[in-house]
Design a protein around this ligand. Structure first.
Ligand SMILES: CC(C)(COP(=O)(O)OP(=O)(O)OC[C@H]1O[C@@H](n2cnc3c(N)ncnc32)[C@H](O)[C@@H]1OP(=O)(O)O)[C@@H](O)C(=O)NCCC(=O)NCCS
Length: 142
């Protein structure tokens, strides 16, 4: 596998893509609540789906979530490109809830102590339903 991948493209998520996305979200144990194909941007190398991420839209804010890159394609910039595209698509204050705050800092997010009720609910969902040793952190795009 090369260090960089030049031949992948970002696009909206087709019905076929969505089937793969749902499977990968389960495998990676990411947020699978309220999934809808229209929320997603996917990265594809040829016909292979190699990454995905989505925007959830709430009353007063949006959330960048369910971001995943297939193992063999990680550390090649795919997650960053998908996140940048989701940032550009967002139209309300943008939040993320994550156990890898350093990754989101690179993308311009910063940790926040106060945040909208939907993000409070997300932190509670993650802590209760997706337990991991790391703490979940709420962040917003500066
Ligand atoms: C997190 C994830 C989406 C990153 O995607 P990626 O395409 O591998 O990342 P990129 O290539 O765009 O970014 C690489 C940079 O991010 C850093 N990075 C990658 N994964 C990281 C992690 N888990 N924690 C902190 N930094 C990370 C790398 O060190 C690298 O930094 P550098 O450019 O300074 O060398 C991917 O590893 C993944 O799918 N992980 C499993 C699912 C997951 O944890 N999703 C996030 C849920 S909030």
């Amino acid at each position: 596998m090369p260090d960089t991948i030049s031949n992948y493209k970002l696009s909206s998520c087709s019905d076929d893509d969505f089937t793969s996305v749902v499977k990968l979200i389960a495998e990676m144990q990411l947020d699978n609540n309220d999934l809808n194909a229209s929320q997603f941007i996917v990265a594809k190398s040829g016909k292979e789906l190699i990454g995905f991420g989505r925007l959830r839209t709430y009353d007063t804010c949006q959330e960048l979530c369910s971001l995943g890159v297939v193992q063999d394609y990680r550390y090649k910039g795919v997650g960053t490109q998908i996140s940048q595209a989701l940032k550009e698509k967002s139209s309300k204050p943008l939040y993320a809830v994550t156990i890898i705050p350093d990754y989101f800092k690179r993308l311009g997010f910063e940790q926040v102590r106060q945040y909208p009720k939907e993000i409070v609910a997300k932190v509670n969902y993650c802590t209760g339903s997706l337990p991991v040793p790391e703490a979940y952190v709420a962040m917003w795009l500066k």
